[in-house]
Design a protein around this ligand. Structure first.
Ligand SMILES: [Zn+2]
Length: 316
């Protein structure tokens, strides 16, 4: 099956042309400054057409368009329910209808993290597994759960995909979602600079040299032995590991996949979370596998074929 895949993230959108488990071509569009979705759509359309033209394909050769969107999405009705503030016009736009009209193909919209997990189960680190939870550690913390081979959805399409908003510290930092002490508020890309700024003796740390601290800088400075960086890094590792235990207790997976930009430091993160989960999770049946996701930024694109296949099967 050939399909078009669009991954709408916070700062960019990637359009891809996939054939089964192979990404044939892709193009990334910078959307960092775009406030409105309407302004981005013509560039998405042009990129998709260009991908088809580049391979000598027309819409007759393509099964559909799968869109992963960084938002709460109800894929059963192809609707974006809520974003975290990006694209203020998103509720007034029928995204699926616009793409259908302008590209001439059936469309399916899904939460981007759910699509990434579909991709990892289809072509990545979770091939052959049916009960998997994925944590994505990046600007925010994504979470998504598959049980018995099916993505968990729930009454309001939110089930399983708010793993980063499970409270880790009941009297912790305020989160962008409205809750307090979420894993994301305690250990994510957006909260890290705030945490570092408030840390006792932050001014004495080498971290104070950076105007914008990311996990790359944190892990580097910790490896060099900066005491504050070590303490913040270890706290982040504990927040992620405790969240992983919470996800194991909630969803009974056989595997936890961990992805996101932070995984450049997978050599530190995976063994830490693995040993914590194996020590603290209540799993009398055995041990949950802790693995690094394999597909990186392409995971959601690789979820296009399984997402569209599910849709076709549902309508047969
Ligand atoms: Zn939250």
């Amino acid at each position: 099956m050939k399909a078009l895949a669009i991954d709408f993230g916070g700062t960019h959108a990637t359009c891809g042309l996939v054939e089964d488990q192979v990404l044939l071509a892709h193009e990334t569009i910078d959307t960092d400054c775009a406030k409105s979705l309407q302004a981005v759509l013509p560039r998405i359309r042009d990129a998709c057409r260009e991908l088809m033209r580049g391979r000598g394909l027309s819409s007759q050769d393509i099964s559909g368009v799968a869109i992963g969107f960084a938002a709460l999405v109800d894929s059963r009705v192809n609707r974006i329910l809520s974003t975290d503030g990006k694209y203020e016009d998103v509720n007034g736009i029928d995204l699926a209808g616009w793409i259908r009209e302008n590209i001439g193909l059936p469309v399916r919209i899904e939460n981007d993290a759910r699509m990434a997990l579909l991709g990892e189960c289809y072509a990545g680190a979770a091939r052959g597994f049916t009960d998997v939870v994925m944590m994505t550690l990046g600007t925010g913390i994504g979470g998504v759960a598959m049980i018995d081979g099916k993505l968990l959805r729930g009454k309001h399409a939110q089930a399983g995909c708010l793993g980063g908003h499970i409270p880790a510290v009941f009297n912790g930092r305020p989160c962008a979602c409205g809750a307090i002490g979420c894993a994301e508020a305690e250990a994510s890309g957006w909260s890290l600079p705030l945490i570092a700024k408030d840390w006792p003796s932050a001014a004495d740390s080498t971290l104070s040299r950076y105007s914008n601290i990311g996990f790359k800088e944190l892990f580097e400075e910790a490896a060099r032995g900066d005491k504050v960086a070590v303490a913040i890094r270890d706290r982040c590792l504990n927040v992620w590991a405790a969240t992983a235990v919470g996800l194991v207790h909630a969803y009974d997976p056989e595997m936890i996949l961990i992805g996101g930009g932070v995984m450049k430091s997978a050599g530190v993160i995976i063994p830490y979370i693995e040993s914590y989960v194996h020590k603290h999770a209540w799993t009398p049946w055995g041990k949950v596998q802790i693995r690094a996701a394999e597909l990186g930024n392409n995971a959601a694109l690789m979820g296009a074929v399984p997402l569209l296949s599910q849709n076709m099967a549902a309508h047969e």
